[in-house]
Design a binder for this molecule. Sequence first.
Ligand code: PNW
Length: 518
Amino acid sequence: DVVSPPELLDASAAGFAFGVATSAYQVEGGVREGGRGPSIWDTFSHTPGRIPSGDTGDVACDHFHRFEEDFALLAALGVSTYRMSIAWPRVMPDGRAINREGLRFYHALFDRLLELGIEPLVTLYHWDLPQALEDEGGWRNKSMIVPAFSRYAAAMFTEFGPKVKVWTTFNEPATFVFIASDLGIHAPGRCSHREICAEGDSLREPLLIAHSVLVAHAHAVAALREQSGAGGTCERCRVGMVNCIKLAAPMNASRDADWQAAQWRMESELGIWTDPLYFGDYPRSVVLASGDLLPPFSAEERSLLKGSADYFGLNLYTAQFAAARFSRPNAADMGVMATSSAELNGEEGDLIAQWRETTGAAAGPREPVGEPGPTGWLFAAPGALRTTLNWVAQRYGQRTEVIVTEAGWAGMRESSELPLRIALDDQDRIAFLFEYVRAAVQARVVDGVNVSGFVIWSLLDNFEWNNGFGQRFGLVRVQYDDGLRRLPKASFSWLQRLISNATAQHTGARALLRRTAQ
Ligand code: PNW
């Protein structure tokens, strides 16, 4: 019998926990209900000019009132996992004092998910910092924010530990640190102007924040470990961090320097977050290149950080080429560099410039890889997922569990001017997801990477940050101008079929094995 590729895909994807994702500010709405306090995203979206479309998350998908309906969609899809986030300002309006009403809202959500047999994968921080804490310096104020975040985390583990077993501390620090505090196009919108950056050096502040975020992660995980033992309130709980990367691909694959440039970008953009979780410290290349802009970890922090992830959460959307800007053969070998930025000048000084460029601080030559979509940044590059999964396994060990926590596509023909019939027939999203799931299957089955789950962004069209409601990532369309009606797209039915086939074949294969064994 010839097995057609889709069937093969179904069979091999059988072991994946499939899921879909959302985040609080992007879907909930109800920003002034249930005792919720303001977050930096409320402030940001209500500041004229910040979000070009003028959109805000005030109502968003109104998930706050419609979660029952949305969870019925999850059940119909057949996913085993639902990735979502808790809005810190909903459970702690000022970032510190508990709001019981907020807790009740999330209890209701988790109860319903568990009734449906769906495992919640819960992010503590998907960018919606309580405004009150921002007023005290936010992530720039390490001695304030680290204890505040770990108290919040500990309170959530205690409260929801019996219901939620898989936790994420942070979603994509790279995005909220560099995009928000450097480019200034995400909340709180810092440093879009040089004059508000310390010493006019736009990297100092993001690197200081990066450091605070990692230390806050380490302390939150320590709090979880105290509760996750036998008999603890968060018994058998697991925790990790979610990071994103645009895979860096060498522009000229036969040029060593381009491979080094690509590796450098992987280390400075992904390794900067994930090396500390596995090795207890930043990549050497990052430490050398950033000099005194990046605060070092104390010995205690290093030991808290090392081993602080039970799984590797990977958001992988796309890829970009990397090319060395230096003709000197070992220019990208950071081992030769001075350790303080003050010592760096001349050619080495250029490496700092390159570092800025590769971290997104300045626009640089970053040719996209793949097929363009409507967003400007998201090009379909399924091979990037397989390669990145292999990069992770090589660097952190083949047994490192990886969950693809996000992959998704904004549709080409989903704008509101087009007839619904066309907008709902999202064949481009199906093609994208098919290739990405297959890439993850190949990483697992062929390459032996320990990929355990595949979560699609997103269940619903939602508030796409600085792009407002214009970019639609949902498997389900939300009719913003027609009562927020939910309309499943073609990709919804496609995923439904994929999951039920995969499950059936998994069950079938197990039954067969049992019979053979007898
Ligand atoms: C993610 N990249 O951000 C976020 O986690 C979601 O909240 C968001 O809605 C989704 O992607 C779609 O944009 C990303 O440059 C931002 O590769 C940038 C990238 C990836 C993910």
